[in-house]
Design a protein. Structure first.
Length: 252
């Protein structure tokens, strides 16, 4: 057996119906390479290993879980990367899908790590703390719309698939959970550069209670700042409006 480690944000899924729903959502997209993040006790892994004709790898930080998984599922030999997901190099040379019951204490960082690999990751199915799942999926005008929402949705279509109740886990987490699917957007909105877009979005939300005129004044000329759009707050701007604004920023 194994011990759950709170320090690693471990909450293991035990509800077979939920597990099957996640695997079913995964199989609605075709893929050849699959990475599972944080397999833990193997609740999802046992189904993922049964998918025919794919290259499968799992990344697990906890040595005790690695030993447990290798003993329980001999097919995992040479398929486990014993590291933190945040520290690993890209695990496949070709495009790959990512799936996981993501550790809640690093779930936002996991999404930003996936953004670093966006050209290689066309699809992600993940269970997150509900608040993070909602932030990734929400549209402008919402109080929880922010940097994560804009940067993720610039690259991915985000679907909030379903809630997962606390009773589906051992131990029961104090927070609710939600499953989302990210699928690469067909055509990205034009931007001056991805760097400019990133700087604009981060700067705008850094002082989200201020109007755009005050929050991003360092990035635009006084003349452009007179535009009525800058009287609004960052959380009211659509992703397209942010993208369009990059062309009006200072500098080359």
């Amino acid at each position: 057996m194994y011990i759950l480690k709170k320090s690693l944000g471990q909450h293991f899924l035990k509800d077979e119906n939920i597990i099957k729903k996640i695997v079913n959502a995964l199989q609605q997209n075709t893929f050849k390479n699959l990475l599972e993040v944080g397999p833990g006790g193997g609740a999802l892994t046992k189904y993922l290993l049964q998918i025919p004709g794919i290259n499968f790898k799992a990344v697990e930080l906890d040595a005790e879980k690695v030993d447990f998984l290798l003993e329980k599922y001999p097919a995992l030999k040479d398929k486990i990367i014993h590291k933190s997901f945040l520290q690993i190099d890209r695990p496949f040379d070709e495009p790959f899908t990512v799936i996981g019951n993501f550790p809640y204490n690093i779930s936002t960082q996991i999404l930003f790590k996936i953004l670093e690999w966006k050209e290689y990751v066309p699809c992600v199915i993940g269970m997150f703390q509900k608040e993070v799942a909602q932030r990734a999926a929400t549209k402008e005008g919402s109080k929880i719309y922010g940097v994560l929402s804009v940067l993720i949705q610039y690259h991915y279509d985000v679907e909030y698939l379903f809630d997962v109740g606390n009773e589906c886990f051992t131990p029961q987490p104090k927070v609710k959970s939600g499953v989302i699917r990210l699928t690469s957007v067909k055509e990205k909105l034009p931007v001056k550069s991805e760097r400019a877009f990133w700087v604009l979005v981060k700067t705008a939300f850094n002082q989200r209670r201020k109007t755009m005129r005050n929050a991003v004044k360092s990035l635009f000329t006084q003349e452009i700042l007179q535009d009525e759009l800058f009287a609004r707050r960052a959380e009211t701007l659509s992703i397209k409006e942010f993208a369009d604004l990059t062309f009006r920023m200072n500098g080359g």
